[in-house]
Design a protein around this ligand. Sequence first.
Ligand code: SF4
Length: 309
Amino acid sequence: MGEGLDFAVKYPFSSAAKEILKSDGFSNITDEVVELAVNKIIDSLAGKSRKRIYISGAGEKEDLLAYVTARIILGYLRNRYITNKFAVNESKKVHSYLNEESGETVDRVAEELGIKTKVNDGMLLVPLPVFLKFTPRSPHYHLINRCITNGFVQIEKQEKKRMIEEAVRKHLERVPLVKKPPQKIISAAKKIINELPKQEIQATAELEDSHPPCIAELIDAVKKHQNLSHPARFCLAVYLIGIGLSDDKIIRFYSNLPDFSEKITRYQVEHARKRGYSVPSCSTIVSYGLCRANCGIRNPLNWHKGRRK
Ligand code: SF4
């Protein structure tokens, strides 16, 4: 049980974890477990990741139950911002565990999530649909930069771990709806809402203006605290620079993103401004899969020129 429990507590979405929980049932959701679950959620909102040191198997089991309880609380809360923050934090934690694991354990976790790879002539290969499903949308993962053979894409070991992180994040962003939970879950949900500073949407007046459909959708996604792909973040940032927003306003708006980091965002926005990056053309935005209409304006910024006439 010890080794199985170690694995389950690090990878609580695994079948090993489900097996342990099935045999134990949920009768052990004590007040301490609920408190741990609340702390997990609050930590994720602050971007904090704690690795507990367990003195006994009981502590590990408690942590595993706290993970499930946190998911129940999130299912009851139905707050996309909190859920996405939790998903980002927990998936990063999984990535850090994977960095300390053997190749076999990484394979085991990957397979749990539907990421089956094979090695051919020393190359690590993943089926193309799996690659497309679980890679972050950053230029680094564009197929144009990849070696593809017979429907398999070559990846590096570290990229496999990044794919696992992405798969965990996607899994955690889908929480089952919990309609009538026990009273202690309702109280825990209230505690989270009460103890947190109100999660206001960080918007700016300029963003209430009219924008082309592709940009309007990205603005809407940020307001709803959804994750944006790398190209989407870039397009939106250079567009916002283009319509005259200051770096501080852009950074404040981006703070709605669940994986927001002020340091990284500030660097990227200042870098884009310094380099004078322009808004990608509509044809480039089409190639990113972000175009939403046929506006006939060649570049999203022309939306405003057209409207002023
Ligand atoms: S045509 Fe251009 S401006 Fe219009 S939605 Fe597509 S990319 Fe955006």
